[in-house]
Design a protein around this ligand. Structure first.
Ligand SMILES: C[S@@+](CC[C@H](N)C(=O)[O-])C[C@H]1O[C@@H](n2cnc3c(N)ncnc32)[C@H](O)[C@@H]1O
Length: 193
C-alpha cells in the first residue's frame, strides 16, 4: 500500500517544515492513513483532513473512531477546485498525490485556496510524481502517466515548472524540491512572511 510505504519519508520532511503547534489542513486525505500517522507523530498540531469523496470521508471517520485521536478533526467535504475552504489561518497545508489525479482546475483551486488560508510564512507541501523540463520521465512514471491519461484525459503528471508558475500566480513562493523514494518529489511552497 503506497500510503504505508511513503508515510515515514513524508513525515521526516513535514517534521522539518511545520511549526510545533497550530492547525494543518490536508487536502485529498483519501483513506486517512497519512493524517492519522502524522497526527500521532506530531501530537501538538491539530490536523484537519478533507476529501470530496464520501467513501474517503467514511474511511477517515472509521480511522478516527478506531484510533480515538484527539488532534484530528472530522473530515471536511472539500473539492480543491470549488471549495468551500475552511476559515484560516492554517500553520500548513498538505496535499499528497492529488494533482495528477484531478483536473488542472483542482491545482489552480489548491493554490488559490491555500494562499488564502495560510498564515504568513507557512508552508504548502505537495507530494507526488512530476514531469521535469530537464529530464526524461522515469519508465515507471511514464507508464503511470499513460495509465492516468487513459483513465481520464484531464489527469496526468504535471510539469513541475507549470505548477510552480501557478503557485506564483497566487502569491505562493517556491522554496525547494526534495527527491523522495520511488521517483516522487516533495515540493515546498511558502506564503511570504
Ligand atoms: C490517489 S488518492 C490520494 C489519497 C491520499 N492523499 C494518499 O496519498 O494516499 C487521490 C485523492 O484525491 C482526491 N481528489 C480528487 N479530486 C480532488 C479535488 N478536486 N479536490 C480534492 N481532492 C480530490 C480523491 O478523492 C482521492 O481521495
Amino acid at each position: 500500500m503506497a500510503a504505508l510505504r511513503n508515510r515515514d519519508p513524508i513525515l521526516d520532511v513535514l517534521r522539518q517544515l511545520l511549526p510545533a503547534t497550530g492547525r494543518v489542513l490536508e487536502l485529498a486525505s483519501g483513506t486517512g492513513e497519512h493524517v492519522m500517522h502524522f497526527a500521532q507523530a506530531l501530537p501538538d498540531l491539530e490536523w484537519q483532513p478533507s476529501d470530496p469523496s464520501p467513501e474517503a470521508r467514511q474511511s477517515i471517520a472509521a480511522w478516527r473512531g478506531a484510533q480515538g485521536m484527539h488532534n484530528v478533526g472530522a473530515a471536511l467535504d472539500l473539492d480543491a477546485a470549488e471549495g468551500p475552504w475552511p476559515a484560516g489561518p492554517f500553520a500548513g497545508v498538505v496535499c499528497i498525490n492529488m494533482i495528477h489525479i484531478s483536473p488542472w482546475q483542482a491545482t489552480i483551486g489548491l493554490m488559490r485556496g491555500a494562499s488564502g488560508i495560510l498564515s504568513p510564512g507557512a508552508v504548502l507541501y505537495l507530494y507526488g510524481p512530476y514531469r521535469r523540463a530537464d529530464r526524461r520521465l522515469e519508465p515507471g512514471n511514464a507508464a503511470f502517466d499513460e495509465d492516468l491519461r487513459a483513465r481520464n484525459p484531464a489527469w496526468g503528471l504535471r510539469e513541475l515548472d507549470t505548477v510552480i508558475a501557478c503557485a506564483a500566480d497566487h502569491g505562493l513562493v517556491f522554496e525547494r524540491v526534495i527527491d523522495m523514494p520511488a521517483n516522487n518529489l516533495s515540493v515546498i511552497f511558502r506564503k511570504p512572511a
